[in-house]
Design a protein around this ligand. Structure first.
Ligand SMILES: C[S@@+](CC[C@H](N)C(=O)[O-])C[C@H]1O[C@@H](n2cnc3c(N)ncnc32)[C@H](O)[C@@H]1O
Length: 220
């Protein structure tokens, strides 16, 4: 786990830090990140069929402080895309607004499979497009419905498919811009950023997923 203060070199060195983002982000300079694409715990006590769970998925104590820090480190007139769990939509909305973000879009990711079945067959993921300030509108806006191919969840129980992340990184960040994912998991956002020639910074609390992500990024 990281404890020493982060240097400018570390933050800009395409890395994933092992630690709690609530402790790491305060060490990042205000306004130094160009785009945030993140997939925080959905606060649903998720457990997959093999018993894998997600740290901090059982509480929301981190939610408001994390989005306040994301807002602080993001450059003015820039975007953040955050996945969220629909059962806690109100808590996520409150945290986005309390941090200062403007909600400027909503993305839906239809799945070709059912991830759960109860009152409905649950077949989509969702995310909000948030703005700090008033960023320029993209020259070629992407659609707000993006196909969600099954990732296989081999590296992480809620691994996001690269194909869903690439258009977001491409549209909302610029070549060589710094992309942050403070809830990096197996490093899918960072993989997308590296593939597109962006600089990247990830933070992951879980030792196992941190190691998997670090290995994965070496191979990109
Ligand atoms: C929904 S998962 C992200 C999965 C990722 N998108 C992927 O494709 O692998 C959320 C991750 O946030 C991590 N996490 C939870 N609380 C955290 C914290 N305070 N700081 C850093 N990471 C945290 C969890 O360990 C988990 O791996």
């Amino acid at each position: 786990m990281t404890s020493a203060p982060l240097t400018f070199e570390t933050i800009n060195s395409n890395t994933i830090i092992h630690g709690d983002c609530l402790r790491v982000m305060p060490q990042i300079s205000a306004g130094s990140v160009d785009f945030i694409l993140t997939d925080p715990p959905y606060i649903t006590r998720y457990q997959d069929r093999s018993g894998r769970s997600i740290q901090n998925d059982d509480n929301d104590a981190w939610l408001k402080p994390a989005f306040a820090e994301m807002y602080r480190v993001l450059a003015r007139n820039s975007f953040c895309v955050s996945f969220y769990g629909w059962p806690q939509a109100d808590r996520f909305m409150n945290a986005f607004r309390a941090a200062g973000f403007r909600i400027v879009g909503h993305l839906v990711f239809p799945k070709r499979y059912t991830s759960g079945s109860r009152h409905l067959r649950y077949q989509h993921e969702c995310a909000y497009l948030l703005a700090k300030g008033y960023p320029n509108e993209p020259e070629y806006p992407i659609g707000d419905v993006i196909d969600f191919v099954y990732s296989g969840n081999r590296l992480h129980p809620t691994e996001k498919p690269l194909s869903a992340l690439l258009p977001l990184v491409e549209t909302f960040s610029t070549y060589d811009g710094l992309v942050l994912d403070p809830f990096a998991g197996s490093g899918s956002t960072l993989h997308a950023a590296k593939s597109l020639g962006r600089r990247y910074l990830g933070i992951e609390l879980d030792t196992r997923y941190h190691a998997l992500a670090a290995n994965r990024l070496c191979a990109v």
